[in-house]
Design a protein. Sequence first.
Length: 79
Amino acid sequence: MLGEFRQVRAKLSVPIAGKSGAEGLTVVESTMDLLWTGQTSRHGNLQETREETVQEAVMAVHLAASLVQFFVSGAVQRS
């Protein structure tokens, strides 16, 4: 999903864009990137992953739920 987001980012907008007009989308992209790089055991892996803490898992759930809500609610939309 992160790769797809980056391909269409220039065509997206959010209601709270920030001072330069890009900070809102940067937050969305950064959140997606944090989940991708920080939560390594999300889908299983052929290579062993490290044990994650309960706190990491809780934060990952909240970040993922926020991202889903951003897209489902239309907060992130095509310009």
